[in-house]
Write a protein that binds this ligand. Structure first.
Ligand SMILES: *Cc1c(COP(=O)(O)O)cnc(C)c1O
Length: 358
């Protein structure tokens, strides 16, 4: 019996020959392939600028800093996310202010944002969790009204859209191309923005604060992408529409057939790119038993995320009392099943059979 993995990189001759061409070219660090990847990505998302970086965490840190977030500022965000969303806020010297999530989408609840705004609030950082676009219409309206910047964590949501714009095209966007993401380069990331000044600062922060070589106008980092990664990214980008279509098809297949668990629903077909297909159990005991039983049946699962950010040891003492009961309950009850584009019908049928037996 073959194991059904929670994610699989979709590597074909396209990626292999693209990488070989870079190795043969002798130009391995950030170069022409990276520029090409940035231009193609900006066009795909419909933004003026895309700045390629080493990974999604670098993208978040650079986006926050380029947007002017710093010491004394507050950033409104969700506790139900990967820790990089939160650690990067702290590393700018700012503080996260946690707002609870919606029960059905697991994304930040826009109706709770205004109550969290203080004179120190600088930005809102929504996370398009599992690949589903947040309610950006409401979030952008609140940001406009209060003069706040918006930095989107679109690391899981490349191509998610509401029919008007793509994730990462509303505010300043951040993407991850980690090996398990919908578009992957092994490690990699991107900052997207329509703001020329933010783009310029992001480019400088990525490369030691330089516009001109060895003239360091600001302090920066080495967060550059290599042309090897960019070549993989270009190949992946050409397959992304088809890979996304397959994710949507797999999610629909599971939604039609699973009846023993609460299945996920997209608010709008285009708004969800199914980075994760996340079902929900009545309680933690049932969820944890499912992990064990499915694992024994050769089906990998994932819990994203078992501990809300404000409960993490590293920051619990710094953030104090946080009232996010919906996120806390979700952390106990969610389970993600395989939905990636390389699943066969036989794989999907085995998942259906085993989950319905729970
Ligand atoms: C993957 C991910 C990140 C971090 O990206 P890396 O490339 O792993 O640094 C940040 N936020 C979310 C929501 C992610 O899924």
């Amino acid at each position: 019996m073959n194991r059904i993995f929670i994610s699989r990189p979709n590597i074909t001759e396209l990626e292999k020959s693209a990488v070989m061409a870079v190795l043969d070219s002798g130009h391995l660090a950030q170069g022409p392939r990276t520029a090409e990847f940035e231009a193609g990505f900006a066009e795909m998302i419909g933004v003026r600028h895309a700045v390629a970086v080493a990974n999604g965490t670098c993208a978040l840190q650079i986006a926050l800093m380029a947007e002017g977030v710093g010491p004394g500022d507050e950033v409104i965000t969700t506790p139900f996310t990967f820790m990089a969303t939160i650690s990067t806020i702290f590393f700018t010297g700012a503080k996260p202010v946690f707002v609870d999530i919606q029960e059905d989408t697991y994304n930040i609840d826009p109706d709770l944002i205004e109550a969290a705004i203080t004179p120190r609030t600088k930005a809102i950082l929504p996370v398009h969790l599992y690949g589903q676009l947040c309610d950006m219409e409401k979030i952008m309206a609140i940001a406009d009204q209060h003069g706040l910047r918006v930095i989107e964590d679109a690391c899981q949501a490349v191509l998610a859209n509401d029919g008007t714009r793509y994730a990462g095209g509303f505010g300043t966007g951040t993407f991850s191309f980690y090996a398990t993401k919908n578009l992957m380069t092994g490690e990699g990331g991107m900052v997207t923005t329509n703001d020329d000044a933010v783009a310029e600062r992001a480019r400088m922060l990525r490369n030691h604060g330089m516009k001109q070589r060895y003239y360091h106008d600001m302090l920066g980092f080495n967060y550059r992408m290599t042309d090897i990664q960019a070549a993989i990214g270009l190949a992946q980008m050409s397959k992304l529409a088809e890979m996304t279509r397959r994710r949507r098809q797999n999610a629909a297949y599971l939604n039609e057939r699973l009846h023993s668990v609460k299945t996920p629903r997209a608010s709008l077909e285009s708004a969800h790119v199914w980075h994760q297909y996340t079902v929900r159990f009545a309680n933690q005991e049932k969820r944890d038993a499912a992990v064990k039983q499915l694992g024994e049946a050769g089906i990998d699962t994932g819990i994203y995320y078992p501990i809300p950010a404000h409960r993490q040891k590293s920051i619990a003492a710094m953030v104090g009392e946080v009232n996010c009961p919906v996120a806390e309950e979700a952390a106990r009850q969610v389970l993600s099943l395989p939905v990636h584009p390389l699943l066969s019908i036989e794989d999907l049928d085995r998942i259906v059979e085993k989950v319905n037996e729970l």
